[in-house]
Design a protein around this ligand. Structure first.
Ligand code: SF4
Length: 280
């Protein structure tokens, strides 16, 4: 089965409405240092295609309950670099369109601008993740992903084509991306919804962060040691986390944008994930 109910590790802090998830590819080559998939996908930064994806998908789509959204992709990116040559995500979108499926597309690439013609005729909302608009920091955090300014330009084009658009500012890293939050938000002021999430650590993420950002981790480790543990993840201490979320919410709402938070135990409105933007 390629389309599955979305289940974020049964996190008690997940507030997502019921939806399906579909990963067009296995693995993701953006190789983000904070990536969560490395704990459950072998060779996570190596992108592979899926056997018989399109015919299997077509069979699944015939039976799918079309009331629910299909989200692309939460354990990969629908637009890894190889998508430029292979065009598999485009073919998947054609199928979703043919079966009138509601979908939520999330990417850290700008390749989706190629598919705006298709997306604008679908029941779909498109989102990008931008952790920071600081290009140098983004390159360190997400070495193989296109620069944030390219993602933002592509999303503006989608918006101009009438597609509902949203963004994730995720993860918020204290002393690092949190410092750029204002600039990141102002670059995204044209979107309808923003979801934020603070950095959550597992041991593999911690090791990559230590190797790349020793000074930053010297400041973060004592904080995370005092934080709660939820489903195998270390969180920032609740008080600090909520202080950050409250401030993020205030700034997002001041910009006239609706606010969501992901796996935080903090409120969101009208949805945490932007699913309210997908046309019925
Ligand atoms: S884009 Fe997402 S799935 Fe891909 S490497 Fe980055 S965090 Fe992991």
């Amino acid at each position: 089965m390629y389309i599955r109910p979305f289940d974020p590790w049964k996190s008690r802090l997940c507030t997502c409405p019921f939806k399906y998830t579909l990963n067009v590819y296995t693995g993701c080559d953006h190789a983000c240092v904070y990536c969560y998939i490395t704990s459950y996908i072998p060779k996570a930064f190596h992108v592979r295609t899926k056997e018989g994806l399109l015919p299997v998908l077509e069979r699944e789509l015939r039976r799918l309950d079309k009331r629910y959204i299909v989200a692309l992709s939460y354990s990969s990116d629908p637009y890894p670099r190889i998508e430029r040559e292979l065009g598999i995500t485009r073919k998947v979108l054609e199928l979703l369109k043919r079966y009138n499926v509601r979908c939520l597309l999330l990417t850290k690439s700008d390749i989706f601008k190629r598919d705006i013609d298709l997306l604008s005729g679908m029941k779909c909302a498109v989102g990008i993740t931008v952790t920071t608009v600081n290009e140098k920091k983004a390159r360190l955090l997400e070495p193989n992903a296109p620069p944030p300014r390219k993602r933002i330009r592509a999303l503006k084009k989608a918006r101009e084509a009438g597609i509902p658009v949203y963004a994730r500012i995720d993860p918020i890293i204290p002393f690092y991306t949190w410092e750029d939050f204002g600039a990141t938000l102002s670059a995204l002021e044209f979107v309808s919804h923003i979801t934020v999430s603070t950095l959550k650590l597992r041991s593999d993420i911690g090791k990559r962060m230590e190797a790349k950002f020793p000074e930053l981790m010297a400041k973060l480790n004592p904080l995370y040691e005092k934080g709660e543990r939820v489903g195998g993840y270390r969180y920032l201490p609740r008080e600090l986390r909520f202080q950050i979320l409250k401030e993020a919410e205030r700034r997002v709402k001041n910009a006239g944008i609706t606010f969501g938070s992901c796996r935080e135990g903090y409120h969101s409105y009208p949805s945490c994930d932007g699913s309210h933007l997908v046309p019925p």
